[in-house]
Write a protein that binds this ligand. Structure first.
Ligand code: SF4
Ligand code: SF4
Length: 83
């Protein structure tokens, strides 16, 4: 499942540099996560870095982007092929 940022975001910019997939960017009205790039940090870290660093806990799992281990693995391979 990809993560998403709720409207509570205060645009502190702590999460954006922590994402290993460059999935986080500043949009209006607040930072957003590209679900096509979020892999829950699997393959890079033991825990989602955006969740770990957010000071107000406004990064949550996105029920609109439910995934299996297989689809996350496919996404990781696609992202790796781009780099
Ligand atoms: S969970 Fe990881 S990959 Fe997904 S947006 Fe957060 S930092 Fe990026
Ligand atoms: S760390 Fe949290 S509050 Fe700060 S920009 Fe990211 S989602 Fe928003």
């Amino acid at each position: 499942m990809a993560y998403t940022i709720t409207n509570a975001c205060i645009n502190c910019d702590m999460c954006e540099p922590e994402c290993p997939n460059l999935a986080i960017s500043l949009k209006q009205p607040h930072f957003q996560i590209d679900p096509n790039l979020c892999t829950e940090c699997i393959g890079h870290y033991d825990e989602p870095q955006c969740v770990a660093c957010c000071p107000i806990d406004c990064v949550v799992l996105d029920p609109n982007h439910v995934e299996t281990e297989d689809t996350i693995t496919e996404k990781l391979q696609r992202i790796d092929s781009l780099s």
